[in-house]
Write a protein that binds this ligand. Structure first.
Ligand code: NDP
Ligand code: GDR
Length: 389
């Protein structure tokens, strides 16, 4: 019997040790980039995978399509449930039904720029949504049975006070998204300390892939480069070209999420590459994969990139993509000057703790990431032509 505080607790639960002999994962945000890679990983490890999907008027399971198609291999091992992080009752119902051993909370309004326009919604889903999921676990009396992963983010650092950032670097978020994720981070720590839950924050720096959402900068660039090289788009419009990010591959990062839930004790971990690159470099590399060399001319909002061979302008600035507040960054050469002054700091993570305790190591480097994304978008763009014909 559960010793939960609540009368709704599931009855006749086995001990946590017995309960955890099964491998049953519940993923919120399963239809997103990370959700799809994590599902593949967990299925390959023999888990029964349940996912929460939102009802949508349009198709939102495209990233999982290949898993459905492989019915024979995954028959009975993969199930989707309608739900939403804004709906507590529904979360309790799903958890009671699924009785997961591991929960991965990946669901979020995950776009930083959009969070300035939908601040309250982002706070509700990304912040309170995490609380709702944790409380649903407690309501079912499963707080000693379930292991909980929270998708925390490098956006917590925002205005960074030390470089590189580690698990002990103080937070200073710079967007409604970052502030919502800050609440989620601390409620996970609080439930771990208050109720002895096995709950971890993965503080993940940017990770990308061919499945990255199309409005994030890397995918926007890889798609545009592919379309421009095939003559299907004239120009790519971007915001801050000097923003720098520590970009890894999503497949490597979901493995780190899983590792965090396999440790003897719950802890928080940074996953990062330890390298940072400007958006401008991503652009140059993406076009180079397609044998296009760019020359930058002009400055500020009038800066643009010209394809050296054709003389055509292929990249321009559109100020609508600038953010009201941005994670700060300056050239690396300046970072050594005053590491405590935010003006001289840089978003860059150190994965030292994850490497030491989890044995985690990213496999895909930056040039390979850019190439994989561009190559995939060339194939996708060519298919679009075939479909239209
Ligand atoms: P995506 O934007 O690709 O996926 C977000 C997922 O959340 C989608 O499945 C989306 O559903 C779902 N979702 C959105 N709103 C709700 C809601 N109200 N209720 C339930 N589900 C919802 O994000 P990523 O896969 O890139 O990221 C996964 C998580 O990791 C997110 O929490 C993100 O904030 C965090 N993160 C991501 C990093 C990255 O670089 N990718 C870095 C650090 C943290 P739908 O498909 O219907 O829109
Ligand atoms: P980010 O990712 O905000 O880091 O959040 P995004 O790709 O949106 O922006 C990265 C940087 O690129 C600059 N930028 C542009 N960004 C977009 N989206 N579109 C543009 O046209 C453009 N031009 C320049 C941005 O200003 C920014 O500096 C991602 C999300 O996955 C979060 O959920 C996650 O928490 C963080 O990464 C870590």
């Amino acid at each position: 019997m559960s010793d939960s505080h609540t009368p709704f607790a599931l009855k006749n639960l086995p001990s946590p040790e017995e309960y955890n002999k099964r491998k049953v994962a519940l993923i919120s945000g399963i239809t997103g980039q990370d959700g799809s890679y994590l599902t593949e990983l967990l299925l390959s490890k023999g888990y029964l995978v349940h996912g929460i999907i939102r009802r949508s008027s349009s198709f939102n399971t495209g990233r999982l399509h290949h898993l459905y198609e492989d019915q024979h291999e995954h028959a009975g091992k993969f199930k989707l449930h309608y739900g939403d992080l804004s709906d507590s009752t529904n979360l309790v119902y799903i958890i009671a039904q699924v009785q997961p051993t591991e929960i991965y909370n990946l669901g979020a309004q995950s776009h930083v720029k959009v969070s300035f326009e939908m601040a309250e919604y982002t706070g509700d889903v990304d912040g309170l949504g995490t609380l709702r999921l944790l409380d649903a676990v407690r309501t079912c009396g499963l707080e000693k049975h379930v292991r909980f992963y929270q998708a925390s983010t490098s956006e917590l650092y925002g205005k960074v006070v030390e470089t590189p950032q580690s698990e002990t670097t103080p937070f200073y978020p710079r967007s409604p998204y970052g502030c919502a994720k800050l609440y989620a981070y601390w409620i996970v720590v609080n439930y771990r300390e208050a109720y002895g839950m096995y709950a971890c924050n993965g503080i993940l720096f940017n990770h990308e892939s061919p499945r990255r959402g199309r409005t994030f900068v890397t995918r926007k660039i890889s798609r545009a480069a592919a379309d421009i090289s095939l003559g299907k788009q004239a120009c790519l419009y971007l915001g801050n070209l000097d923003a720098k990010r520590d970009w890894g591959h999503a497949r490597d990062y979901v493995e780190g999420m899983w590792l965090m839930l396999q440790q003897p004790q719950p802890e928080d971990f940074v996953l990062a590459t330890g390298e940072t690159h400007p958006v401008r470099e991503f652009v140059e590399r993406a076009f180079k994969v397609l044998n296009m060399e760019l020359k930058w001319e002009g400055s500020g909002v009038d800066e643009q990139a010209v394809d050296v061979k054709t003389g055509k302008v292929v990249v321009k600035i559109d100020p609508q993509y600038f953010r009201p507040a941005e994670v700060e960054c300056v050239p690396q050469s300046l970072t050594s000057r005053r590491a405590t002054d935010s003006v001289y700091s840089l978003l860059l993570g150190t994965p030292a703790k994850a490497e030491r305790l989890l044995g985690w190591k990213r496999k895909v480097d930056f040039p390979s990431l850019v190439k994989e994304m561009v190559d995939a978008d060339v194939v996708a763009s060519q298919k679009k032509v075939e479909n239209q014909n």
